[in-house]
Design a protein around this ligand. Structure first.
Ligand code: ADP
Ligand code: MG
Length: 376
């Protein structure tokens, strides 16, 4: 499915209203029933059902009626909610195309309002099996009823927070620009993933940077824990840039040494196999001096302070605070939900003529072409 910001021009306020209502409803419901959509969106049933039908047709939401009858956002719907925010903030003006499709993310090359290239990364947990995710990350533990969208959002928050902190501490990372929902906007790295390099003039220069990065991270209380040729980019001048941070842990994590040794081993094996570079150096986790505590600082960062208590199992704590949120939501009156909705969709800008105009436009426009389906 192509991500095209121009679709946003044709989406009515009512569509955003219903999409956001479903998003809000999903905080406490796996499937959001029609009556709740009406209540949160403050739309009459006839109008709400019409909009729901349109959103279904365009695959922004999905309908289920096996156990319960209700609706949920699809990743596409979630993408457009985030994209709308990025566009309003000027971080994205145009989406040029998808340049990467990982197990758990889609990467798009975009242009911002100043005409600069930027990268948009949408996390899409749930593509790999539940088991793999559970094995790789702690996200799912103790959570029986969970939403992939919510977990993807956590992952994006965590990634952005680490990128921001590392960037501010002079680590070579992309420049973090914006974060919303499951999306991150960052600067484009003009380089290639190390995995794509078959020959290299000076392997020692690149290898030393990798080792130095693992060491510097640990000196600062952090372990990347996915430090490999897929998550390291090399610029033309040979400079190494780290990407992909949602799985970082602190050096106080109970398996810290295991993750550290694995990062070191990955680099060893890659350089030996790919460049036939014989390595004598190694890094000893227990001999690395702790000079700084970025692991503690990330915990205190404004971005996630409210939610994350321990970066190594923040998702569990987050789930705790999510439950609190749910209680709050359960007790909140319609007015609160309405405020939430208005804030989310910027309804204060709403203009009836504009809505009517958009409605007319949308009637004439099949937002997503049928042939886009196959790519979904
Ligand atoms: P995943 O979590 O799916 O592994 P990554 O963050 O590792 O996603 O990104 C996947 C690929 O997208 C990278 O290998 C790289 O080719 C490209 N990519 C990601 N971020 C950038 C960036 N800031 N600049 C240029 N390319 C990027
Ligand atoms: Mg990666």
């Amino acid at each position: 499915m192509r991500l095209d910001p121009s679709y946003l021009e044709y989406m009515t306020k009512d569509e955003f209203r219903v999409l956001t209502a479903i998003e809000i409803g999903m905080r406490n419901h796996e499937l959001v029933p029609m009556n709740l959509i009406e209540r949160i969106s403050h739309l009459k049933r006839v109008c709400a059902s019409k909009v729901v039908k349109l959103l279904l047709k365009n695959k922004f939401i999905a309908h289920e009626n096996k156990k319960f009858d209700g609706y949920k956002l699809t990743y596409l719907g979630y993408d457009y909610l985030a994209l709308q925010v990025f566009m309003r903030r000027g971080a994205i003006k145009e989406v040029l195309g998808k340049i990467g499709c990982g197990k758990e993310s889609d990467i798009y090359k975009c242009v911002n309002e100043n005409g600069d290239f930027v990268i948009l990364k949408f996390t899409r947990l749930g593509r790999t099996s539940f088991r793999t995710i559970k094995k790789n990350r702690d996200y799912i533990q103790h959570r029986t009823s969970y939403s992939w969208l919510y977990l993807s959002r956590l992952s994006a928050i965590k990634e952005y927070t680490f990128m921001d902190l590392l960037h501010k501490n002079n680590f070579p990372t992309p420049i973090p620009i914006e974060q919303n929902r499951h999306g991150i906007v960052m600067s484009l790295i003009n380089g290639v993933p190390m995995q794509n390099i078959s020959e290299i003039d000076n392997p020692k220069y690149v290898f030393d940077q990798c080792f130095d990065l693992i060491k510097r991270l640990a000196e600062n209380g952090l372990i990347h824990s996915d430090f490999n040729e897929f998550n390291l980019m090399v610029e033309d001048n040979g400079k190494v840039i780290m990407i992909d941070f949602p799985q970082m842990v602190s050096t106080k994590h109970k398996n810290a040494q295991f993750y550290f040794d694995r990062d070191v081993e990955c680099i060893h094996v890659f350089f030996e196999r790919r460049f036939n570079y014989q390595i004598t150096d190694t890094l000893d986790f227990n001999k690395i001096a702790r000079l700084n505590d970025l692991d503690v600082q990330v915990k205190a960062s404004g971005f996630i302070k409210k939610e994350i208590k321990n970066i190594d199992d923040f998702d569990i704590d987050l789930r705790g605070s999510d439950d609190d949120d749910d209680d709050h939501q359960e007790n909140s009156d319609d007015e609160n939900e309405q405020n939430d909705l208005d804030r989310n969709i910027g309804l204060e800008d709403s203009d009836d003529d504009e809505i009517e105009e958009s409605k007319k436009k949308i009637q004439n426009l099949n937002i997503l072409n049928d042939d886009d389906e196959s790519e979904e």
